[in-house]
Design a protein around this ligand. Structure first.
Ligand SMILES: C[S@@+](CC[C@H](N)C(=O)[O-])C[C@H]1O[C@@H](n2cnc3c(N)ncnc32)[C@H](O)[C@@H]1O
Length: 325
């Protein structure tokens, strides 16, 4: 959704832009070209993406600042570059995995490419962090169930969690993407699933999504990332987010629009709150207040042309908002 980003990013020729999800640098490059004189700070937790940002720095001297780390590492990284609060004119998040990560079987994200069940966006940069294989080999059955249910919204989460635990005793530990995909195909032998374009989808898709979100602590990172965006954007600066599934989008929406919708409590952020609690006017005001003014009433979706030429964009939802306080 490059065009939509450029239209809503509100930059000019001497702007400071922070790309929180550099990936292969597609969005960064379009900003550098469209706004000559702008400077882009490029963050990614993946060392492969970081190397690409370093290469781009030589292509656009003094205009690219590569940063290696997670959203939650941002304060430390920016401090070492002298960037302070209220520093940026726009911040972009293009959540999820990059095509580079999906397409490289060795990273373990893809069902269709055989590789080790790794799924760490950081790769081996943080070797102590557990891989997807570690999670499948060690988590309690109930925890696996919760991961599959909450992060994958998988209806058959219980059955799959049971099968994963049984497989530990029957076979060697699950090590590869193919072994996991085959196990789930056996468990869900009579299921057939389709994606948003009504095309055949592998029955293990949701489980792969769930594991990836868990291994990378993605939802907590998103939540914290948006809080940091509010800190590092100047007032009047723009926040742009591109989400690929409802769990990501609900977190962004909660930040941008506040915690209450239609006078009722938004179920996602307040799901752990006792409904019997009585809230006074002050706390209700706090729930509903927001630092953001959305630029559009509804999310922006990719054009038919983009979906046709890049089917991975089919679930993308773009939100744009201005920091108002
Ligand atoms: C969808 S891709 C971005 C693609 C990019 N906009 C482009 O045009 O090439 C998402 C990128 O964000 C990175 N990422 C995801 N979560 C992150 C986090 N919490 N901290 C830093 N980078 C993250 C991933 O490693 C991945 O490279």
């Amino acid at each position: 959704m490059k065009e939509e980003v450029l239209e809503n990013v509100g930059l000019n020729n001497d702007s400071m832009f922070l790309d929180m999800t550099f990936g292969a640098g597609g969005h960064t490059k379009s900003v550098l070209d469209k706004f000559p004189g702008s400077k882009v700070y490029c963050l990614d937790r993946d060392p492969v993406a970081y190397q690409l940002a370093c290469d781009l720095e030589t292509e656009y001297p003094a205009r690219v600042v590569p940063l290696l780390g997670k959203f939650s590492d941002l304060p430390v990284l920016l401090k070492s570059h002298g960037a302070k609060q209220n520093y940026f004119d726009a911040i972009l998040f293009d959540f999820g995995c990059s095509s580079m990560q999906f397409d490289e079987g060795g990273r373990g994200f893809s069902i269709s490419k055989e590789g080790p069940l790794d799924m760490r966006m950081d790769g081996n940069r943080l070797p102590q962090n557990p891989t997807a294989a570690d999670v499948l080999a060690t988590a309690e059955e109930h925890d696996l169930y919760k991961i599959f249910k909450v992060y994958g919204e998988e209806k058959k989460a219980k059955k799959i969690a049971r099968a994963v635990v049984e497989a530990r005793y029957l076979f060697t530990p699950l090590q590869t993407t193919k072994e996991l995909a085959d196990l789930i195909s056996c468990v869900l032998v009579n299921e057939s699933r389709t994606d948003k374009l009504d095309r055949h989808a592998h029955v293990a898709t949701k489980i792969f999504q769930a594991l990836r979100i868990f291994v990378n602590n993605e939802l907590n990172e998103i939540n914290y990332g948006i809080l940091l965006a509010q800190r590092y954007l100047r007032i009047g600066g723009r926040l742009i987010t591109i989400c690929f599934h409802s769990l990501e989008d609900l977190i962004v929406k909660r930040h941008i629009t506040g915690n209450m919708t239609d006078n009722s409590i938004n179920v996602l952020p307040l799901q752990y709150v006792d409904n019997g609690l009585w809230h006074d006017q002050e706390s209700i005001k706090e729930f509903t207040s927001s630092y953001w003014q959305p630029l559009h009433k509804h999310v922006l979706l990719p054009s038919d042309y983009e979906v046709e030429t890049n089917p991975r964009s089919r679930s993308a939802k773009l939100r744009a908002a201005v920091r108002v306080s």
